[in-house]
Design a protein around this ligand. Structure first.
Ligand code: SIN
Length: 339
């Protein structure tokens, strides 16, 4: 007997614009007092400070808030740990740097652009249709959307700043050996959706997946290991970091709706303070001076303006995975199992 697709029904319900779906069941961590039966504030694995936070655009770990969900063991949300300047830095990386070649883009099948963002401003004015065409880019091990298989010859260097950011969050939740090896950056506009799927292409399915959201908000649906499980709807706002681990790592999830953000945490003038060079203990980042300069240049509103124009109508999500097993150096390295 065919099972009922409860995931699809919920997806359709939230996707519809007419009639507008009620948002009363959507778990919002901003209004956690309305959802105490569904989510709760929890203690992290690591409570000590991390010397890298400031330079990565993050607040001190002591100010971070971590939430878990009663119906979804292994699922956590770290409620916006970023400063306003930090949000600008990461939004800009996703637009200006990550869609550059050799990374793969959805638009490659139509046109091969070495530098998509520069191309959007080729004649001075902004080419909005080209801006809106970008839906994803892949980093590190390039996810093959047709075969869903990673291969060693389809791998580009993983951005060191994103590896560092992922490591800070991984340490905080107790995954001390996590290595960022692949990421998909998704770009959403107000009418975009992402259908139900599971992420199972990685060899290592024990390692968690870290998902960083910026810009406009989204309704995120997460269900179970098959589509008969009725999903929960969770509101994801700019700066939120979702951690899918253990039982939640292989669950169906989707984005049926983008919602206008209620606040603009990337534009909070009080929170746009310059950072200065410090003795951060980086694992991956080699050029601290460049990082400080890349971060601080976004304080200038004129420099920030094209990114502001994009993000006020869009959402960006970077989801980061470990592909290989702990002692494996490539997909064809089978010796890691030897004792
Ligand atoms: C994904 O599951 O690939 C992206 C989820 C999101 O956009 O929040």
């Amino acid at each position: 007997m065919e099972s009922v697709d409860n995931f699809k029904s919920k997806f359709k319900y939230y996707k519809l614009n007419k009639p507008k779906p009620s948002l009363s069941e959507v778990i919002s961590l901003v209004n956690i007092s309305n959802h105490t039966d569904k989510a709760t504030n929890v203690n992290p694995y690591k409570v000590s400070e991390d010397s890298r936070t400031d330079l990565l655009g993050l607040r001190n770990t002591k100010e971070w808030e971590l939430y878990s969900f009663y119906s979804h063991p292994g699922l956590f949300i770290l409620k916006n740990p970023f400063t306003s300047l930090g949000q600008r830095y990461w939004i800009r990386k996703c637009l200006e740097k990550y869609p550059r070649k050799p990374n793969k883009l959805n638009i490659d099948i139509e046109v091969l652009l070495p530098d998509w963002w520069a191309e959007c401003f080729d004649n001075g004015a902004c080419n909005r249709p080209l801006q809106k065409k970008l839906r994803w880019t892949t980093l590190g091990y390039q996810h093959n959307w047709d075969t869903k298989v990673y291969t060693d010859d389809n791998r580009s260097p993983f951005p060191e700043e994103l590896a560092e950011l992922s490591d800070v969050v991984a340490q905080y939740v107790g995954y001390t050996g996590f290595r960022a090896e692949a990421a998909i950056v998704n770009y959403y506009h107000m009418d975009s959706t992402l259908s139900a799927h599971t992420d199972h292409s990685e060899v290592n399915l024990e390692a968690p997946l870290f998902s960083f959201s910026f810009g406009q908000s989204a309704i995120f649906l997460i269900g179970g290991k098959d589509k008969s499980v009725e999903p929960s709807a969770i509101l994801l706002d700019s700066g939120d970091v979702m951690i899918m681990s253990k039982e939640a790592r292989l669950c169906y999830h989707a984005v049926p709706k983008i919602l206008p953000a209620q606040t603009s945490p990337w534009a909070d003038k009080e929170d746009l303070n310059k950072i200065s060079y410090s003795d951060a203990n980086f694992k991956y980042i080699s050029d601290k001076k460049q990082l400080v300069s890349d971060m601080n240049k976004n304080i200038d509103e004129a420099v920030w303006s094209p990114f502001q124009d994009y993000i006020q109508e869009s959402r960006i999500n970077m989801n980061v995975r470990q592909v290989l097993n702990e002692r494996q150096s490539s997909l064809t390295d089978y010796h890691f199992n030897d004792t």
